[in-house]
Ligand binder design. Structure first.
Ligand code: FES
Ligand SMILES: [Fe+2]
Length: 385
């Protein structure tokens, strides 16, 4: 595969700033984080209004809708969304509810293929552009104008290999960062050219932010993951920079050597760890032969559906897919049995009410940045309201 996209200057500057060792660049810290933010259902309601319904949500990697006439159900924060790719290749989003009697239109979370989404109840059929095209025994409805019964469209934009959706049909969303600066950076790491390998869903009994914390905490990597991925990483600080509301993180792999850094992404994947935290609740992590996308979909204040999506830059072959399957099973263990397990232990531990605050040190600086952004969005929303 020939890829001539180069990393952006901002990306290269971040990788150049990766320290050579495990000590320099660490700024010791001692900060407190209230446990209420993970426990209080009222705070979760505020997050829903001010963040999940109010900002563009990263709902899928583009590769999850691999071609025209494909569709996929994605749920988040009490909303069910139908993502489609129409015959022209345009990604669209709709409320996943049948306009007849309101049942969930696409019940499956698996990728579907076809020109129509057919309601499981009375078989009304909708085209990929949301138009109602088929109504069995249409003569029994005395005044049904099909043109007025299309699916409710949601604001949607695709850029850099991700599909972003606004969850309020009438809402006004600014997608400029997601389709501009962020998309340029994601193209730099070739996310838009990726192939979908596999997806696995988990239900985790933890607040969505505890799960985000696992992706924002470089302190745990060589400790919690001591039996799995620890040896691949250096226990060194992470260079964190905002891209709009999103974060780009660059850190060293275990075999980091500055002279190996280059603007070629294949080389970069080998010596550095690049992650993007897509606000509010998704993370993109680059590995040498694949890219992991973790999407955290809150169900309630203490339960989250997680989708781990594995993408790859390698074309399909039996040999490649066999190797990827091993990596996929391995990463399911790393995430499921280690990170998600730690998040559940966190939820369980703080639910007792015995601890009022968590303590953060100098290798948890990304977490402090992230929680500050969450607070800022809530304050901004309710000040305006
Ligand atoms: S509820 Fe969908 S066709 Fe009746
Ligand atoms: Fe982890």
């Amino acid at each position: 595969m020939t890829v001539d996209v180069r990393l952006t200057e901002a990306q290269m500057a971040a990788f150049d700033a990766i320290p050579n060792d495990q000590v320099s660049g660490i700024k010791p810290a001692f900060e407190k984080l209230s446990v209420e933010r993970y426990l209080d259902p009222a705070i979760f309601e505020q997050e829903k209004e001010a963040i999940f319904l109010n900002l563009p949500m990263p709902l899928a990697a583009s590769a999850q809708l691999p071609g025209p006439d494909t569709f996929l159900r994605q749920d988040i924060a009490g909303k069910s969304v139908l993502l489609t790719r129409d015959k022209g290749g345009v990604a669209r989003a709709f409320v996943n509810t049948c306009r007849h009697r309101g049942v969930t239109l696409c019940p499956s979370h698996e990728l579907q293929t076809g020109k129509l989404v057919v309601c499981p109840y009375h078989a009304w059929g909708y085209a990929m552009d949301g138009a109602l095209t088929g109504v069995p025994r249409a003569e029994i409805f005395s005044a049904l104008n099909k043109d007025e019964y299309g699916l409710s469209a949601l604001p949607c934009a695709e850029g850099g290999g991700m599909i972003w959706v606004g969850l309020r049909p009438e809402g006004r969303y600014d997608f400029s960062v997601e389709t501009g600066q962020l998309a340029r950076e994601l193209r730099g790491i070739h996310l838009d050219q990726a192939r979908h390998f596999k997806t696995k869903a988990f239900t985790v009994k933890a607040n969505w932010k505890l799960l985000m914390d696992t992706t924002l905490d470089s302190y745990h990597v060589t400790r919690l993951h001591r039996n799995t991925v620890a040896s691949m990483f250096s226990d060194s600080p992470v260079i964190v920079e905002p891209v709009g509301l999103h974060l780009r993180n660059a850190s060293a792999r275990g075999n980091f050597a500055r002279e190996d850094l280059s603007d070629k992404v294949a080389m970069l994947r080998k010596v550095a760890v690049v992650t993007y935290q897509l606000f509010p609740a998704a993370t993109v992590i680059l590995s040498p032969h694949y890219t992991s996308v973790e999407m955290f979909r809150p169900i309630s204040h203490n339960e989250t559906r997680v989708e781990f999506v594995m993408l790859t830059q390698h074309p399909q072959s039996a040999e490649v897919d066999e190797r990827l399957q091993r990596s996929f099973d391995f990463m399911c263990r790393v995430f499921g049995e280690e990170d998600f397990w730690a998040a559940e232990l966190g939820q369980e531990g703080i639910s007792s009410g015995d601890l009022k605050e968590l303590t953060l040190g100098g290798m948890e600086n990304q977490m402090r940045t992230f929680h500050g952004m969450v607070d800022q969005q809530i304050n901004k929303y309710y000040q305006k309201a």
